[in-house]
Design a binder for this molecule. Sequence first.
Ligand code: FAD
Length: 403
Amino acid sequence: MTESQKTRVASEYAEVVILGAGPAGLVLGNLLRGAGVDCVILERSARTQLAGRARAGYLAANTVRILARHGLDDGLRRRGRPHGSCEFRTGGGRFRLDYGGLGRGERHTVYPQQQLVADLLAYYQQTGGRIEFATEALAVHGADGDRPTVTVRQPDGSPATWRASYVAGCDGRHGAARRSLPPGAVRHHRRDHGVTWLGLLAEAPPSLDAVGYAVHPRGFAGHMARTPEVTRYYLQWPAGAPAGAWSEERIWAELAQRMRTEAYGPLQRGRIVQRTVIELGSDVLEPLRHGSLLLAGDAASLISPAAAKGANLAVLEAELLAQALTSALRGGDTDALDSYSARCLTHIWRAQEFSQWMIRLLHAAPENGGETLFQDALRNSRLESLRTSRTTQDWFADHYVGI
Ligand code: FAD
């Protein structure tokens, strides 16, 4: 039966209904199935769309450990590449930090998020996991009781209802889980960092063997390898400008200028295959639970991509949530569920703090007279400390790779 032919009229039940098949939902689904907990994943996109969503690429050492602990690391062990170096380019010169040899000595593994999602989906389906594609969750009802339901729009547009013991909201910041929280049920902490980036994917080999961060009077530019053939670039971008505002030629010229290629060598150019405008913002919901509705990943907290933490937090929270739900459903012990939110928030706030530090490190202060000069001098002092102080470098390494 094709997705569009499926019509479900009666309501169905799963112990845990998971909204969203991103890193959070798929790790959770795999771990619950491994523990014998009955679950279903409801995913708004069609299967083919999931595989094309290029986003994160740098997996923290702890993320790799979590995936390995549960046998979910086959693909990344074979195709992921260890990475432990970044380069800062500023008006005063350039310096490199081999962070893999600093602090705790941990490295990233470069592995594109869409490949990780494809691997996790394959594991889940190979072990018989239930997933409904092209099925959009509309709302979660009755979360303050112990019999929540989820109303959905099925592939053919008809409505259906899922009953559950628990609902896991892993459906991102615009998903149904967040929308279904009654006013006042959780606190919503928000910060707009006042900076916009254009995220680019180029069919071009990486131009340096390090993550590149360029701090320039014209704005920030970033370089991050994805695969030997594909590189992600970021450009600080005029607020409100559409993604297509500049030609490819202008984008490459701007990247070259900000990355000071005249001094440090050219960028390898290629076709730009993705442009995404990203307004750097952060938010945190507190607590990450409303009765039988629990939040994980971007649904729980949005973090700017400046420090590459979002997918890593999603995996970490999914593991904690799987353990907590398994204890509650298999052992009748709800202690871990009760402490789930507090345990995640410790990691989330630490990551938010570092991400904010990175944003201040990489961007000029907004135009504000003498205050701007003061902020810029602070930023230069921070960069100098990072260049020269072993203590600052160890601190940076631990926070950059840690989660
Ligand atoms: P998502 O990956 O967003 O998955 C949510 C899923 O829910 C989606 O499949 C969506 O289709 C589905 N969904 C949404 N609404 C509904 C609904 N109503 N019903 C059913 N399904 C629904 N993080 C890093 O750690 N490292 C990086 O290098 C990094 N780089 C990034 C670069 C960019 C350009 C961007 C945008 C993000 C980056 N991130 C990075 C962040 C990272 O991609 C996210 O934090 C991560 O995807 C969060 O995973 P998630 O499972 O919570 O949510």
